[in-house]
Design a protein around this ligand. Structure first.
Ligand SMILES: [N-]=[N+]=N[C@]1([C@H](N)O)O[C@H](CO)[C@@H](O)[C@H](O)[C@H]1O
Length: 835
């Protein structure tokens, strides 16, 4: 991590106990080992030392945390509430050391206790409370919100079991439970006094009160307690620490004992199990819904807890609910918390006695909705049967919201009942559904996509009707990633080199990376750049050898594709190229091919058969290629198991080539693409998601482009797409497909990959065949370019230098300006910072 000194605007003064001298830190670690972990040094394990160190670091965050809260309360700040079913935070220790600016003194203090900081950092189990991009984006945004001093709070679910651990057995993915809390979690604080109650099921009764007012009472038949666990989110050198509040579901004592005491043991235990099950485990599906009732329970549970908590904080601060939307703005991270629209209406109308119109004005000015996917199978819709049983009052409220909404639609588009049916929150087809994306659109002031192309496709396709009705609601905010974790923490080598040229400022202001441009033409710097890259690759090669036993050559090109396994992300297209090279080399072993190591990583949703088969294809091809002396000097294929944040921090800095090869129009944005390019990797990619903006930023000449555009994909499909014709007309492709189908890469079992081969030959829904030749030709250009290290490192430096706009700080500034209308806050200065 880069050398650092405490900057002036970290105004918090540490007291004796939390000063940052080596002596005080050593004492802190020893005190926490004894008083908190309850161990003497002599018998302490690495894990004990890690825990004591974590508490020592947390001690130095607490003052900033409490002061932040006090300052926000004192100044009545408008606050952002980021509601997300997923927060993929990754391990905290190294990031907190960077943001506190104490890494060097801690490293010395730990060393003087005969311990190794990097080793202790490696002992932390990461909270895998997310599936992929959506969850990690929420984490990057929390880091930027605190760094920019934006009053904010993250609300989510404290899953007891996070994202499953992935092992590869006989080439297949095997899922294992993630006991991330096995050794406790030093970063969180349980807040039992802030728990809330959440109801499920039951029935409603309605009547007209003495003023003729229509009243409704909901009598749930299950009551669950939501208990918050708070984690401080420290900004980078801002002195600000915001809060991530994650809810755990627990049995509601009284509810549980009443049944117990009445001898209804089954009911009592049932209630307890029901309650505790809700926050038990993360649903491991990325981009596809599995309409399980428990999933809806999870969504309603954390959303209701969060909204009740926000109302309580608002009223405790002496505010009237009349101006709730002026003090609070809520970002819905996809549709997972969109039930919040109906829940806030319930709380305002049923509990706080607001009339409908006032309640709606508050609600519709409180929420903003971010869409993260265009895939139809990922747009959440709940069967009325499940919805009505679990949330009878909310269904009534949604009917009312929908009726009033469709009146607006009919007014603007008279005599267009087809449009009315298309736009209705209630899908009348089949068993009838609640369309959550539509509820989110109707109940939100702003609707944003996560990259320019994605937002355009939302306007022209998935949410076109809503765009025609409310064009003013639609806005784009292209994703970003935090340079703290993904550069300064993950790639200290490159960070040191950059800092030696342009200073430290880039960590807090990534646009300063542009000062690196002039060094791209400096051959000395280019060789230093290559030196750094090689050192990082050596580190990854060691990790690969440790984890898989496969030895890879750090001087080969590291070609990486790490992301969730999904057909639209086309990991299998990457395999088609590997096999194309394989067959070329088998025909002519003397062929000049610069050695390349193909790195794959990523989890498949447990129920997603084709994704699992793609993993098996990769591991099967690896087995053949890596053990074939005719090709394994030039080609190496590695599937690295259990891809997560910690693993990502090793791969992104080490890659030479970043594979962003999704079918154009399918990847909403991507964020791995940004992490790779920031670390100097060159991208081979399609004009999809944020690839387009990355290519425009780094320079078209510094990006390897291939494939159909989104419009061409749509046209190809509309015209009727016949993949078999391409198979017949392209010999190299035919050889590869026949090879896979023959069993050559599956120990002779020709049936193993039949489903994949048939899907490609008959429908190829993600147009691999259509893009195959363009991809192969592009890869050949990559090969050629890699043989010119000067040219390659020049392009690599330009890539890194021009990634400023992909900092999550820029994204958060856009949200503040275009959606949340919120000003940043200067802790201690007591005045809002400039916009
Ligand atoms: N859900 N979801 N969507 C995704 C990712 N899978 O998590 O959100 C990410 C964050 O917005 C996007 O970068 C990515 O393209 C998109 O597919």
């Amino acid at each position: 991590m880069v050398k650092q000194t405490t900057k002036e605007h970290d105004l918090i003064v540490d007291d004796e106990r939390t000063s940052n001298t080596v002596a005080a830190l050593k004492q802190g670690i020893l005190d926490n080992l004894f008083y908190v972990v309850g161990k003497r040094v002599e018998v302490a394990t690495d894990l004990d030392h890690f825990t004591a160190l974590a508490y020592t670091v947390r001690d130095r965050i607490l003052a900033r945390w409490l002061t932040t809260r006090e300052d926000y309360a004192k100044h009545n700040v408008r606050t952002v509430y980021y509601l997300s079913a997923e927060f993929l935070m990754g391990p905290y220790l190294a990031n907190n050391l960077l943001n506190l600016g104490i890494e060097d003194v801690i490293r010395q203090a730990v060393a003087e206790l005969d311990l190794d900081l990097n080793h202790l950092i490696g002992r932390e189990s990461e909270p895998g409370l997310g599936n992929g991009g959506l969850g990690r984006l929420a984490a990057c945004y929390l880091d930027s919100l605190a760094t920019l001093g934006v009053p904010a709070m993250g609300y989510g679910i404290r899953y007891e079991f996070g994202m499953f651990h992935q092992a590869i057995r006989d080439g297949w993915q095997v899922e294992m439970t993630d006991y991330w809390l096995r050794y406790g979690n030093p970063w969180e604080i349980r807040r039992p006094q802030a728990c809330v109650e959440v109801g499920f099921g039951g029935h409603t009764q309605s009547w007209a009160d003495s003023f003729g007012e229509y009243k409704v009472l909901w009598s749930p038949n299950e009551i669950v307690k939501g208990v918050p666990f708070d984690t401080p989110i420290l900004g980078y050198r801002s002195g600000v620490a915001n809060t991530l509040r994650l809810w755990r579901s627990e049995a509601n004592e009284s509810f549980y004992f009443d049944r117990f005491n009445s001898g209804d043991y089954e009911g009592a235990v049932g209630a307890k199990v029901f309650a505790e099950n809700i926050s038990k485990v993360l649903y491991p599906n990325d981009e596809e819904i599995r309409g399980k009732e428990l999933r809806l329970q999870q969504q309603y549970f954390f959303t209701s807890c969060s909204l009740q908590d926000m109302i309580r904080r608002h009223e405790t601060a002496g505010h009237s609910l009349e101006n709730f939307h002026e003090q609070c703005t809520v970002q819905l991270n996809d549709t997972h918390p969109s039930i919040g629209v109906a829940e806030l209406m319930r709380l305002l109308v049923d509990i706080h006695g607001f009339d409908w119109d006032k309640a709606w004005e508050i609600t519709s000015h409180t929420f903003n909705y971010t869409n993260h996917t265009l895939l139809p199978e990922a747009l959440e819709r709940w069967p009325l049967r499940i919805f009505g049983l679990l949330l009878p009052r909310h269904l009534e409220l949604i009917y009312e919201i929908n009726a009033r909404f469709l009146t607006i639609v009919r007014a603007k588009f008279p005599n267009d009942e087809a449009r009315v049916a298309r736009m209705s929150i209630i899908d009348e087809h089949g068993e009838r559904y609640v369309r959550m994306a539509y509820l989110a659109c109707v109940g939100s002031s702003h609707i944003n996509g996560v990259a320019k192309l994605h937002t355009e496709l939302l306007k022209s396709d998935v949410l076109h009707d809503f765009y025609e009705l409310w064009p003013e609601k639609f806005i784009n905010v292209t994703n970003g990633v935090t340079p703290r974790r993904w550069l300064a923490v993950s790639n200290p080598e490159q960070s040191e080199l950059m800092t030696s040229k342009i200073g430290l400022g880039w960590i807090g202001d990534l646009d300063q990376l542009s000062q690196l441009e002039r060094y791209a033409e400096d051959s000395t710097f280019r060789s230093e750049w290559r030196g750094v890259q090689h050192a990082v690759k050596v580190r990854l090669a060691q990790y690969i050898a440790e984890k898989t036993g496969v030895s890879v050559d750090p001087s080969s090109m590291f070609d990486a594709q790490v992301k969730r396994i999904h057909e639209y992300k086309r990991q299998h297209l990457n395999v088609l190229y590997i096999l194309t090279q394989y067959y070329r080399l088998k025909k002519d072993p003397t062929l000049e091919i610069s050695p390349r190591t193909f790195l794959f990583g990523g989890k498949a949703a447990p129920g997603y058969f084709m994704a699992k088969l793609i993993i098996k294809l990769i591991t099967s091809v690896a087995e053949v290629v890596n053990n074939d002396p005719e090709v394994n000097r030039q080609l190496k294929v590695v599937f690295l198991p259990d891809y997560n944040v910690t693993f990502g921090q090793l791969v992104y800095p080490a890659a030479d080539l970043s594979e962003q090869i999704s079918t154009a129009g399918k990847e909403a944005s991507g964020t791995g693409n940004m992490k790779f390019a920031m670390n100097g990797a060159l991208t081979i990619g399609t004009l999809d998601g944020a690839n387009i903006e990355i290519r425009d930023a780094v320079g078209h000449e510094n990006f390897f482009l291939f494939g159909l555009t989104a419009a061409e994909v749509a046209a190809r499909k509309a015209a009727g797409y016949h993949p078999h014709q391409i198979y017949e007309s392209n010999g190299a492709l035919r050889e590869v497909i026949d090879g896979i189908g023959s069993g050559r890469f599956s120990r002779g079992d020709g049936s193993l990959f039949r489903p994949l081969v048939d899907s490609l030959l008959n429908s190829d829904p993600y147009l691999l065949f259509a893009d195959y030749q363009s991809y192969v030709d592009c890869q050949d250009r990559v090969c050629k370019m890699y043989r010119d290290p000067e040219a390659w490192s020049r392009m690599s430096i330009y890539n890194a230098a021009r990634m400023g706009q992909f900092s999550s700080d820029r994204s958060i500034r856009d949200y503040c300006k275009d959606i949340w209308n919120i000003t940043r806050f200067e802790i201690g200065a007591g005045v809002p910072a400039s916009k």
